[in-house]
Design a protein around this ligand. Sequence first.
Ligand SMILES: Cc1ncc(COP(=O)(O)O)c(C=O)c1O
Length: 397
Amino acid sequence: MELSKRVQSIKPSATLSINARAKELKASGVEIINFGVGEPDFPTPHHVKEAAIKAIKDNFTRYTPVGGIPELKNAIIEQFKRDYGESYEPGEIIVSCGGKHCIYNLAQAILNDDDEVIIPAPYWVSYPDIIRLAGGRSVIVHTKEEDGFKLRPEKLEEAITPRTRLLILNSPSNPTGSVYSRKELEDLADVIIKHRIYVLTDDIYNKIIFEGTSWVSILHANPEVKEFTFVLNGVSKTYSMTGWRIGYMAGPDPIISACTKIQSQSTSNPNSIAQMAAVAALNGPQDDVERMVNAFAKRREYFLRRLEELKHVTFYPPQGAFYIFPNFSAYYGKKYNGQVILNSLDLTSYLMEEAKIALVPGSAFGDDRCLRFSYATSMKTIEKGIDKLEAALSMLL
Ligand SMILES: Cc1ncc(COP(=O)(O)O)c(C=O)c1O
């Protein structure tokens, strides 16, 4: 039987596949250092788990309103007031089965065939495929390492056509950890307002920010952009709740209502118990978040120090999230066992085989010069992994 053209046009998530392969090798007894993981390595906070257990005991186990329970929408509205200084109505909020699902709903709600979505590269792996599934076309705009991998306003302006519907911004970024400054966002907001295109600001990592950097959103930079803006967040990364599948988005009511209609005919409401857990996460104590960010900061520092010592590797120091995206292209063209390493995929395969390190090739993020490391793993693992990386690279010199 032939599969639909739609499904044939997309690929499975590269990060999830690498993770699955690393787990497979581990299960067969091979010790793998996994730098491929896109989720915090901490448990979900205790009080959040307790709230979920209470929800089960209270029989909070039935269908809920499609777009989320009022308690959770209120908690999100309060969070957005604190984080963005903006007020949203419940009709301007949707809760979905993870942030990824919010983006999926948005793409389905606003894109017609061949409508264009501008995505700065390096980008999170799922954006182009979500756009393709909705019939849209991704317009990839490459950024430069020396610009901190950030989109410049003149590049945005050049990429806009009459078919442009949406720009996706992600700060802090997966995979680069880059964070946009207020000025950079002000300049982008001017272009967005001038051309009246939508912008999705994917702020899923906005609580994971390191010393010396302050996180600002495009709404802070220019509140007039609000009528064009969709704000995305969720509990996955901030509260180490990736498996619970709760994400949320705020934006103009008619489009959020359209997203809710789409959700009503696909997944219905997100899990009722996870919604209660998310209320506890947003309204409860935040010290677990602080502890986790402090741990990431220490690992980041160590990682950067070790990377500086690696020969022929350059990198832009991440300011947020838990990723780093160094440039290894100086190793392309080197030979190992008669095989030439031509690109990021070849280098990740070599490192998996030779050093037993799992990494995601930069090509999955639209930049073949780099490899993505996640430091959401213990310090001991990081130390061991970089030792092995160093040894494997020196064999290529
Ligand atoms: C940039 C970015 N946005 C959105 C998501 C979606 O996260 P979730 O669907 O778990 O909320 C991820 C997860 O990896 C991400 O890295």
